[in-house]
Design a protein around this ligand. Structure first.
Ligand SMILES: [Zn+2]
Length: 219
């Protein structure tokens, strides 16, 4: 999970649809803007190029009973169906960290070790960070139904592939620290727009003593 810059003002359809009895919060102006603002990446698992994106409500609108939340631009997020489903549990209703308002990387450490994802809030009392960390772990590791085994595994494999690309570029960088081409590749791999950026940036942040020059790509 990384910081996302939400654009303003809110898409125009939201106010119009909120005034209707059964308005929609996912008119084209909303979905197009979310896709762009979120770099077509699920804000929870950070998978890119989603085939099943959904407009997700950070705070639940209780089947439309809470109209303000249902049409509030700042409550709408871009997520894949898998993550949206996993998040749809009571324990997350209190609200996970809002990645458009707070920088998740300042509040949570993310990592991949021995084919398991881990995430840890930096402060135990930071409840929204604790919940967000728990959710990120679940979307990669949760295997309580057949489809979830498949979908969690798919995400984990995507993450492993991307981490391997990063490790191999870091290896090439160690051998050729002056290569502009390798630095350009690393810059792209560590950009917040890239797939699984939170994990890649977390890895480099943890190993900054080996790669001090890469610090600027994490800013
Ligand atoms: Zn996802």
């Amino acid at each position: 999970m990384v910081k996302v810059e939400r654009s303003f003002p809110a898409p125009e359809s939201l106010a119009r649809e909120a005034a209707k009895a059964n308005g929609s919060y996912s008119e084209p102006d909303v979905t197009e803007r979310l896709e762009k603002d979120f770099h077509n990446k699920c804000y929870i698992c950070e998978m890119k190029g989603l085939q099943d994106p959904e407009v997700e409500h950070l705070l639940p609108h209780q089947n439309g009973k809470d109209k303000k939340r249902k049409f509030d631009w700042e409550n709408l997020f871009w997520a894949c169906r898998h993550c949206n489903n996993v998040k749809n549990q009571r324990k997350y209703d209190a609200g996970i960290l809002n990645c458009c308002r707070r920088d998740p990387e300042e509040a949570i450490a993310f990592g991949l070790e021995e084919q398991r994802v881990w995430a840890q809030a930096k402060e135990n009392g930071d409840q929204e960070a604790v919940l967000a960390a728990q959710l990120v772990v679940e979307v990669f590791n949760l295997c309580n139904t057949g489809m979830r085994v498949y979908k969690s595994k798919m995400r984990l494999e995507g993450l492993e592939t991307e981490m391997n690309v990063l490790y191999s570029q870091l290896g090439r960088y160690r051998q050729n620290p002056d290569s502009r081409r390798i630095l350009r590749t690393l810059r792209a791999l560590l950009s917040r727009e890239s797939a699984f950026a939170g994990f890649k940036r977390g890895y480099v942040r943890e190993h900054l003593n080996e790669y001090p020059e890469l610090k600027e790509y994490l800013e």
